[in-house]
Design a protein around this ligand. Structure first.
Ligand code: NAP
Length: 364
């Protein structure tokens, strides 16, 4: 895939938040994109970005110096933002119906909206993309534009909790081992709750066995991602049951998932499972997209890995680390998966989606 002739102007909605900060960092030196707008709530608008994130910058690397003086816009000032950019990355924390409408208004104004939020995940003509799994779902976009009379579009990425294991499961399905049951327990990092997130006195010395709405998302979203498009509509994947427990743990970044799986018929051996994961490559790797991990899934042989602190930055935070694959006494196989929730699970995944849209000529 050759790079676009010139850099594409992009905006970040929710640029002051936890995910927005990752977007700003990933896009500041991106080979295809140039940040021309940063937006947030009215509370942060009208002041330089450096001022808006003062005392709330969460990353270890400093904010990009090039954005220091860029004035934060109010995300509801769509005409102004649309005059500056072609793609907007949506990382806003807002009530569902309000955010739905806001993202639709951007698409109506001709913007391609790549969203991290859940607002549009179940909208019938909006694709929910993990590029290694269902890049082909982008083909719904012309239908979406026709239905709505939009020149722009909306594409979403799924919940961060499923990113730690869905690609490894898809790799097994693609290799001819359909799965009928998934039992998963997630251990989800604090950054997944945004900033300032969960109160420290609730988290220190503790695990919270509840994250609002997370288990429902974990159980349902894979069915759309693994599904097909028929007659311009998404048809959910069938024959797969998922049961999830989602927990908030006192880890800064990186969602860990302990997964048991039952296969429909044939069961791969442990050696074959590891081999399938290590050989797995898909559309982002074939297209050589700038944010694509070279090896999307890595198997860690060490018996006590993956661990969030040690493994979350594998492939610049875009890879998935799996380990501890072994026989399951209730289902067939079990393993542990890990991904970085604000990179692969949020901003990095969003940037990869946008690169895919450009490479496949669905945007610009
Ligand atoms: P966050 O740290 O709380 O940041 C929220 C952002 O939304 C801030 O920039 C905030 O701006 C902005 N905002 C709030 N109300 C607004 C309004 N009325 N109009 C415009 N902007 C508004 O949250 P986050 O963790 O970054 O999450 C952002 C989105 O990504 C959420 O939809 C979340 O579900 C999703 N997500 C998060 C993760 C993760 O790991 N954290 C993973 C996947 C998806 P101000 O600073 O001006 O208030």
């Amino acid at each position: 895939m050759s790079a676009p002739d010139k850099k594409i102007p992009v905006g970040i909605l929710g640029a002051t938040g936890m995910v927005g900060q990752q977007y700003v960092t990933l896009l500041a030196n991106h080979p295809w994109f140039e940040i021309t707008a940063v937006a947030a709530s009215f509370r942060s608008s009208g002041i330089p970005y450096s001022k808006a994130i003062e005392n709330r910058w969460c990353l270890d690397t400093p904010p990009p110096a090039t954005l220091k003086d860029l004035v934060v816009q109010d995300a509801t000032h769509i005409t102004e933002i649309a005059s500056r950019c072609k793609i907007v990355f949506s990382a806003i924390e807002l009530e569902k119906e309000e955010l739905k409408k806001l993202e639709e208004n951007y698409a109506h104004a001709g913007m391609h909206v790549v969203s991290n939020a859940s607002a549009h995940r179940w909208t019938h003509d909006v694709p929910m993309i993990i590029p290694e799994i269902n890049a082909s779902h982008l083909q719904i976009i012309p239908e979406q534009q026709k239905n709505r009379g939009w020149k722009g579009s909306i594409t979403v990425k799924p919940n961060c909790s499923i990113q730690s294991y869905l690609a490894p499961l898809y790799a097994l399905i693609r290799a001819g081992y359909p799965i009928s049951k998934i039992f998963v327990t997630t251990l989800q990092a604090l950054s997944g709750a945004g900033y300032p997130g969960v109160a420290s006195l609730d988290m220190i010395d503790n695990v919270i066995p509840y994250i609002n709405g997370e288990e429902e998302k974990t159980e349902k979203e894979p069915l759309k991602i693994l599904g097909t498009i028929q007659d311009g509509k998404f048809v959910l994947h069938t024959g797969l049951e998922i049961s999830a427990h989602c927990n908030r743990v006192a880890v800064r970044d990186g969602h860990l998932a302990c997964v048991s799986i039952g296969f429909q018929e044939k069961i791969p051996s442990i050696e074959e499972t590891i081999n399938i994961w290590q050989q797995f490559r898909s559309v982002p790797q074939e297209l050589n997209l700038p944010s694509a991990p070279f090896m999307p899934i890595i198997y860690s042989k060490e018996e006590n890995r993956p661990q969030p602190r040690k493994d979350r930055m594998y492939e610049r935070g875009m890879g998935i680390t799996v380990g501890r694959v072994r026989a399951c006494t209730l289902l067939d196989l079990k393993f542990v998966g890990l991904s970085h929730n604000t990179l692969r699970g949020a901003a990095g995944g969003g940037v990869l989606n946008a690169e895919l849209m450009i490479a496949k000529h669905y945007a610009i």
